[in-house]
Design a protein around this ligand. Structure first.
Ligand code: SF4
Length: 59
């Protein structure tokens, strides 16, 4: 199930992943909601946004 892409930034999120479909200039994320994994991570480097979708993917 894909997450809705809004026409404005989600103000609670800063993201630098400019190859993501949801990325907006200024290091914003336009996803209505995001999901972060994995459970039981020990360091921030271990975590990832699982909502990420490659920019060229069509919805
Ligand atoms: S969906 Fe995740 S990876 Fe993509 S812009 Fe938003 S926070 Fe970044």
């Amino acid at each position: 199930m894909s997450v809705k892409k809004m026409d404005k930034p989600n103000e609670g999120i800063k993201c630098v992943v400019n190859s993501c479909e949801y990325y907006m200039n200024g290091d914003h994320c336009a996803a209505e909601k995001i999901s972060v994994e994995p459970r039981n991570a020990k360091e921030s480097d271990e975590t990832d946004c699982s909502t990420f979708a490659p920019k060229d993917k069509t919805f």
